[in-house]
Structures are given as C-alpha cells and as structure tokens.
Design a protein around this ligand. Sequence first.
Ligand code: HAS
Ligand code: HEM
Ligand code: CU
Length: 573
Amino acid sequence: ATPLVHPIREVPAVSDAAYLASLKKVTQYYIVTAFLALLIGVLIGPLQALNYGGVNVYEWPIIRNLLGSYYQGLSLHGVLNALVFTQFFISGWMLYLPVRDLGMRINMKFAWFTYIVMTAGLLMAAVPLLLNRATLLYTFYPPMQGDALFYIGAAIMVGSSLFVVGQVVNMWLRWKRENPGKVTPLVAFMSVATWMMWAVASLGIVIEVVALLIPWSLGLVGGVDPLISKTLFWWTGHAIVYFWVLPAYISWYAFLPRHAGGRIVSEPLTRLVFVIFLLNSVPVGIHHQYADPNISNLWKNIHMFLTFLIAVPSLLTAFSVGAALEDAARARGGRGLFGWIGKLPWGNAIFSAQVLAMISFIAGGAGGIVNASSTFSGVVHNTAWIPGHFHITVGTATTLSFMGIALWLIPHLTGKRLPSMKIASASVWTWFIGMMVFALGMHWQGLYGVPRRSQVSAALVETFNDLPIAFPTLLTAISGVILLVSALLYFYVLFRMLLSGRVDNGETAAPIPYSEAISPAGENLATASKLVKATEPLMALWAVALVLVILMYGPVLARMFANMQLVPGWRLY
Ligand code: HAS
Ligand code: HEM
Ligand code: CU
C-alpha cells in the first residue's frame, strides 16, 4: 500500500467510561428504533411492487385484516421509511459522530430527553396512522384531513430534531471557544453543516403543521389554503432529501476510503461541498410544483435554475469519492483503465453496501435532473417514474448506505459481532439488484403514463390494456420478491447481531473508520488555505442560507397569502 503521508486522525480519548457508555447507548436506541420502523415499512413495499406488477394482494384475507386499504399501507410505508427511519438513524449518527470527533462532553440528560420526546411524537402519530384515521400519504396534503393527534405527533417528532441541532451546534461553538484558531475536524464540520441546513429546511414544515394544520384539524379555524400548505411542505420536502443523503456522504467521504484501504482526496473540497449544500439546498422546492397555479413562471424558472446548481456538489462528490476509490484500488495493486474496480473489497458488505448505494445514485441523480427540467416534468410528474426515482435515491443511496454503516456501527457501539458476512453480503447485493430492477420497471411504466399512488392492479383491465407495459410490469413484480428476500436476510443478521452477547471492546474491535487525506485541511486556521478559511465560519454561512431562502420564497408566498382561499377538510378514507 501507499505509505501514509498524513497520519490517520485518532478519536480523542474519552476518560469517563460511564459517560461514553451512556452516549453509545442513546445512539444505539436511535439506530434500533430506526431499523424497527424500517422493518415494518419495508414489509409493505413488496405488496405495492406487486400492485405495480399487476397483482392485487389487497383482497387476500390476511392483508385485508392488516391494512384498511392500499392507501393506509402506502401511508405507513412512506412515513415509516422516509420520515421515521431516516430521522431516527440520522439523529443518532450525526449526534454521535461530532461528539466523538471533537472529544467534547454533552449533557446526556438532554440527549436522552430528546430521544424520549422524539419517540413520544412518533408513538402519538402512529396511533391514528394504524387506526386508518390519518391515511394521508407521507405528504399529508390538505384538504385531505386526518386526526389532530397525527399532526401533533408529527410536529413533536420533527420538531425534536431541532433539539439535536441545538445540542450539536452548541457543542461545536464551545469547541470553537476552547480551541481558538483551530480548523474544525472534517467529520464534525460535515455534521454541523448538515444540521444547520436542516434547521433552515425544517422551518417550512414546522410552520405548516403548527400554524395551519393543527388549528385546522382541531376545528379552531374553518379552513386551510391547500396551495400555501403545499408550498411550505416543499420548502422542507426538497431539502429533506439532502438531510437524508448528506449523512451518507459523511460516510462516503470520511469512512469509505478506509474500508477500501485508501485515502480521502481533499478535505477542503469536501468542506466546500457541504457549504454549497448549506446555502442552496432549500430554495429549490418549487420544482415539485411546476404544475401548480398561482406561482409565476419566473419563480418556477428561478427554482429550476437553482435546482441544477444544487446538483453540482453531488457531481463534485461523485468525482471526488470516485477518485478516492480508484486511489484505494490502485494501492491494492489494481491496474488498467477499469481493471482496478475488481480490486475493491466487494466481499465486505460494509463497503459494498455503500458503493452499490453510490452506483444506484448515479442513475437516481440523473433522473432527478430530468424531473427538475420543467420541459420533461410534464411527462414524468405524478407517474410511476417518480417512485422509480426515489427508490434509488432515498430507498437505496440512503437506505443501503445506512444498512452498511450499521454493520460496523452496532459492533462499535455494543461490542457485539456481525454473525455472518456472507448473509450480510447476500442481503446487500440482492437489495441493489432488486432496487435496480424495481427502478427500471417503474421508470419504464411511468413513461407510458401509469400514475403513481394508484391501486392500478384493481383498476379495470381495459385502462392499461393498450399500453405496451407487460414487460416493465413483470420486472416490477419480480423486484418486489427479490426485495422481500433481501429485507428478510438483512433483518435476520441485524437482529441476530443485536440479540447476541457482548464479546469485544467496540473501541478497539470496531473503531470509527477514519481515513487519511491526500490533501488535508490542516489544523491551524492561520496557515490554512483560503478555501478552508472561507468555509470555517459556519454561523455566518447559516445566516446567509436563511436570507437566501427568505428571498427565494418570500415573493412566492406573499402572492399566495394575497390570494388566500380557505377550504374545509375532507376525509376520503
Ligand atoms: Fe429527487 C422527487 C429532483 C436528488 C428523493 N426526489 C423526489 C421525491 C423524493 C426524492 C422522495 O426536480 C418524491 C417526492 C414526492 O413524493 O412527490 N432529486 C432531484 C434532483 C436531485 C435529486 C435534481 N431526490 C434526490 C435525493 C433524494 C431524492 C438525493 C433522496 C435521498 N426529485 C427531483 C424533482 C422531483 C423529485 C424535480 C419532483 C418530481 C415530480 O414531478 O414530482 C439532485 O440532488 C441529484 C444530484 C445527484 C447526482 C448524482 C451524483 C452521484 C454520486 C455517486 C457517484 C458514484 C460513484 C461510484 C463515484 C448528480 C455522488 C463509482 C463506483 C465504482 C465502482 C468506482
Ligand atoms: C412508495 C415499493 C422500500 C420510501 C412506494 C411504491 C412502491 C414501493 C411500489 C409506489 C406506490 C404508489 O405510488 O402507489 C417499495 C419496495 C421496497 C420499498 C418493494 C423494498 C422492499 C422503500 C424504502 C423507502 C421507501 C427503503 C425509504 C427509505 C417510499 C416512499 C413512497 C414509496 C416515500 C411514497 C409514498 C407516497 O406516495 O405517499 N414504495 N418500497 N420505500 N416508498 Fe417504497
Ligand atoms: Cu425535490
């Protein structure tokens, strides 16, 4: 291997064993809660894939008894996977990493309090969801209306993530005061920047739910404006996708090279990527609303342009992490233009999960750029193409990365061992194959206009009879079966690991896999490059991000408030 030029960063030692144990425990609680949500959410997925495969299983007595309707299942699936799994995993992951990276102490009582509030919110929202009294899909667009308890629980759950923001940012500021003139270490930098982005992003949904939906669902006001609600929703709803994927980027940049025996390419470039995400993730949400009235074309086009810009830091990531992988493979003796790819540790499920997640994201990102183009949008919007897009972004780039990360993180936190690398690998590869087949089938059907969010398998045969979609329909059905097998394999290893006994010291047996950097950011600001200096003041950049959102959303919302139309709620279920 290439000799190390810059030593790999050591995590600052934590001398207080009881404190470290409590920190690891709260992280473990977040991660396990996340995977319990994913387990339920993912078991419903194959039923939906069968639906898009032309097989209607919703008439089967066992499924009829469990799910009130296709839409109750779909609401549970979207909420549990996309909102609950992600938020709990991220809250644990992006609390633990910066705390360890900076070697700071946090108030553990507050950390536990946050976990409990978040879980209480989840349980409150779960009751109406399970009782078929909040069958609103995960976007809960009004005027569809659910029980107030759903909105209150969701507000508490999402709102409590802001407690994590407060705790992490506050800890980072303390570190800055205690280490004047120092450059923030990379993992902490990426985590703080992501949390700051989320704080700006989450404002939309918090305002929507607290100011509009809760009073309306409690009957305190007579109506709600659907367009204002939807616009506030997508203020958060687009940026949330970076809240889902940046925690995976943290691992792709900082840890993946180490798994492959290589190095991060450039710490300064990585910091730039996260700053662009902080500034530009939010003011793009109108690309979800090209078809909506009362938003001028000018603003639709501005948000379209900004959407193309926000693809840039992901492209930087693709080339930068791709170069890190090539560097690793060549250090392992890889040769040739593409021959090096074979030298990567494909049999290590921790590694392969994340690289397969990245490969799926090449297609997912390209599809995103199609969606964002207002000229193509009319073809794909509200069709099966869209679920095709987001199962290879959030459903694979994020989820498969988190699945891979858990395979070292749980041993690290608990001292337990992965029971079988073979089964873990099988689950990871089948997830990737299943999702690629799924995405192919769904994108393809979408191009023929098959709608999303439809129980198409129960529609009259004649509706879709004329479309040449037999083959993509078959692909979608097959993918559902592959993904069911994959999920069962994964949860088998995961729970066998969690239920086994502690055998190792996690600190030494599964250390946080920091990588060495070819081009590090350095430790002292005085001697650091201009780029490092410019990216360090995250508080000021955060303020700029807030101003940008107000500029890019202010005029759009002002026009809507000037034409407000309050309508009463509907229950269609
Ligand atoms: Fe999206 C709809 C546009 C990224 C998720 N998106 C959705 C929805 C979800 C979602 C859930 O403009 C549905 C919402 C709903 O229910 O209605 N999306 C984009 C664009 C991007 C994008 C421009 N989306 C994501 C990410 C998501 C996500 C990330 C979740 C995690 N999306 C849209 C639009 C819509 C939309 C429209 C509305 C559609 C409609 O009509 O309703 C960009 O951020 C994408 C940039 C990404 C890239 C790819 C970079 C590739 C990388 C990997 C490299 C791999 C390597 C491996 C190096 C440019 C980083 C090499 C391997 C070796 C072996 C060497
Ligand atoms: C929707 C299948 C895993 C998030 C859907 C749909 C299908 C599906 C067919 C479209 C339903 C429709 O539009 O009527 C599957 C399968 C999975 C899986 C087979 C794997 C076993 C996941 C994962 C995530 C996810 C891991 C996210 C972490 C979503 C979301 C929706 C959705 C957010 C949209 C719900 C809505 O329209 O309200 N899924 N899925 N899925 N899925 Fe999945
Ligand atoms: Cu979006």
